[in-house]
Design a protein around this ligand. Structure first.
Ligand code: 6R9
Length: 668
């Protein structure tokens, strides 16, 4: 396989010349939670290893006797005869152990308001919310959509669902009404928890209107039929439309509810949450996770990968709860481990570009977990900005979401980590639930740009087209070769798609969709997606989904979307569109056609959400297609990345690329 096949976002040649090494500091190693011996223990007896983690790290109301049941492969069952409650493990257990006064959440609102919430507060709040949900008719097993800004109520809402055994489906607050509607319909949610709005880039931005639109769309036949109530958190105080009988203020419902509630013990395989993620087709996949295995691996990985010490560390994961990172490393992993953590509502540059570092300094953050795109943005702003703050509290830095290029890795360690902290590059997916491949701080000699080693208890491999492991020094496809506790249990309502997507390319192996390479030491380097999924600022976006959105606009006849490498966002959305002939005349009227791009960008934002807006829209007359009619995105990517166009021999009409390249001087 050549680097070209792997989306080209991180050229192989470049990565493989990286030879800087960062061995663990002996003082750090001496106090580290992880030890080199756990690798040997876990590989000798993976099931025994995970059973021990499940027993030691979680509280079970009914202890399990079974560990892994793989007889229904590819659907795994872990610890299936045990019972537990996720919220009890994340909250009540710490209060019972005498840590009720420990701070669980330190909230920083974007406008500067702050709140401190202890574990005892969380127990009372999640109890009130659980009682309120029950009062509104939400039952164990029901699905609840959560559409909130990054405020403490988002965490409380998720945990309250878990408390009653309802399945939460968090929809990122930046997604559109349309995206929310399709997710509500797919999961048949009975309630939606939202807010009037949230603060973003210095102003209040509304959320409730999108919920109203999602639940009562223009075409009434598309309206979800299952939603009975909308709970509304008051965050900004802005005006909201109100549907009597359906809408309920969160604060009214919680005030009326008791602050005592007995968590509902569920089976280990009871669904905990659904989270939708982009696939290669237009329809997002409802990835669902269950309780016991997921929590086990969330707690284990949060402990060893971040070297987290409860009661001492101040942990901050900058992810929004709308992404899987916010589920596993803001809510479940850290809270099960009794962490004290920061959550921040807004953007890193509001009101100034030092906001994150000001927060680190103010709260003495010791563990920071963020994404390469954020690191590259800070690099662009210049190191004198973090240089103005005291970052000496930091002792572990983490990265997730996309390959981190060695330059960003070393900048992160030097400028943010004071040339002192370990940096952990953590590879995982919504589907894997928790971290799978990562160095362990205090154990691993780090290589900038490589996620390196499968964690203890995890088996990964890089294989060729025929599923044979590639030799060291070669590239191929990343697969997971053995079931793991936090693996997805399926795609909600679509078992066949689950089998087809992940288990059919290589028999018996989980195919992650990523290209990877093993270096001469056998360490793993991730090279980006091999399918039509883009990675923009660490967020997965489907080319097909954006193409469908573009084509749904009356102006557009055809569209092709590619992810072009971008120095800041990793990849950027570049769209090639063919306008319908009846609109072409109008474009000429508008002149250079700036309107087309603005209109279509706004349309994509409305259909999917602002993060899916194309960076560049190019109006073309033709798209390069194979004889079977497949758009050759590889060629469009060459154009978008200003490379000479590659092999065009399989094109139905090889002159098309000349036309496209010639027309590029006048992007819309
Ligand atoms: C956690 C998360 C998953 C996809 C994954 C891969 C990319 C994530 C990475 C990484 C290289 C890393 N990815 N972490 N690539 N190095 N450390 O991001 O989940 O949103 O489902 O995305 O992200 O391509 O397949 P999700």
């Amino acid at each position: 396989m050549t680097s070209h096949d792997t989306d080209g976002s991180t050229p192989l040649e470049n990565l493989m010349t990286e030879d800087r090494r960062f061995p663990p500091d002996p003082d750090f190693a001496a106090q580290a939670n992880a030890h080199p011996e756990i690798y040997a223990w876990a590989s000798a007896d993976p099931e025994g290893f995970w059973a021990e983690q499940a027993r030691e790290r979680l509280a079970w109301t009914t202890p399990f006797t079974e560990v892994l049941d793989w007889s229904g492969a590819p659907v795994a069952r872990w610890f299936a005869d045990g019972r537990l409650n996720a919220c009890h493990n994340a909250v009540d257990r710490h209060v019972e152990a005498g840590h009720g006064d420990r701070t669980a959440l330190v909230f920083e609102g974007e406008p500067g308001d702050t709140r401190t919430i202890t574990y005892a507060d969380l127990q009372r709040e999640t109890s009130r919310a659980a009682n309120a949900l029950t009062e509104l008719g939400v039952r164990t097993g029901d699905r609840v959509a959560i559409y909130l800004p990054m405020i403490p109520e988002a965490v409380v809402a998720m945990l309250a669902c878990a408390r009653i055994g309802a399945v939460h489906s968090v929809v990122f607050g930046g997604f559109s009404a349309e995206a929310l509607r399709s997710r509500v319909v797919d999961a048949e949610a009975v309630a939606v928890i939202t807010a009037d709005g949230g603060y973003r880039r210095g102003s209040a931005s509304a959320l409730k209107p999108a919920v109203d639109e999602a639940l009562a769309p223009e075409d009434p036949s598309e309206a979800p039929t299952t939603v009975r109530h909308v709970l509304v958190v008051r965050r900004t105080g802005q005006d909201v439309a109100w549907t009597e009988g359906r809408d309920v203020w969160w604060h009214d419902a919680l005030e009326a509810a008791s602050d005592e509630h007995e968590p509902v013990a569920v089976e280990a395989e009871h669904p905990l949450f659904i989270l939708y993620t982009s696939g290669t087709t237009g329809k997002p996949k409802g990835i669902f996770h269950t309780t016991g295995g997921y929590l086990t691996q969330a707690a284990f990985t949060h402990d060893v990968v971040f070297d987290h010490k409860p009661g001492q560390d101040v942990y901050w994961c900058t992810a929004d709860v709308g992404w899987v990172t916010g589920h596993s490393y803001v809510v479940y992993g850290p809270l099960v481990n009794g962490a004290t953590q920061v959550i921040y509502e807004g953007t890193p540059d509001t009101p100034h570009k030092g906001r994150w570092w000001e927060i680190v300094q103010k709260h003495r953050v010791s563990i920071l977990y963020t994404a390469p795109t954020a690191i590259r943005t800070c690099m662009k702003w210049g190191e004198d900005i973090p240089g103005q703050y005291d970052l000496s509290s930091l002792r572990v830095l983490g990265s997730v979401g996309e390959p981190i290029n060695p330059e960003a890795w070393t900048w992160y360690r030097r400028v943010i980590g004071g040339d002192r902290t370990p940096v952990v590059d953590t590879w995982w997916q919504t589907e894997t639930g928790t971290i799978m491949i990562s160095p362990l701080p205090g154990v691993t000699t780090a290589k900038p740009g490589s996620a390196q080693t499968p964690l203890p208890g995890i088996s990964a491999e890089v294989v060729d087209e025929e599923a044979n492991p590639v030799p060291n020094g070669s590239g191929g496809y990343l697969v997971l070769t053995r079931p793991w506790p936090s693996m997805l249990r399926g795609i909600w309502g679509d078992h066949q798609r689950f089998v087809d997507t992940y288990w059919s390319r290589f028999r018996g192996l989980y195919f992650a969709g990523d290209g990877a390479k093993k270096d001469d030491d056998g360490d793993i380097w991730l090279l980006g997606r091999v399918d039509d999924v883009m990675n923009v600022s660490g967020h997965r976006l489907s080319t097909t989904e954006i193409e469908s959105a573009l084509v749904s606009h009356p102006m557009v006849a055809e569209a092709a979307v590619v992810g072009a490498s971008d120095p800041t966002t990793g990849q950027a959305v570049v769209a090639f569109v063919i306008l319908r002939s009846d609109y072409v005349d109008r474009v000429d009227e508008v002149g250079e056609g700036a309107d087309v791009a603005a209109t279509l960008r706004a349309h994509v934002a409305k259909e999917i959400g602002p993060i899916a807006k194309p960076r560049t829209i190019l109006v073309v007359n033709e798209l390069p297609k194979t004889r079977s009619g497949k758009i050759m995105r590889r060629l469009l990517r060459d154009v978008a990345e200003h490379r000479p166009v590659g092999d065009v021999t399989t094109l139905a009409d090889s002159s098309v690329m000349d036309l496209i390249s010639a027309g590029l001087d006048k992007p819309a």
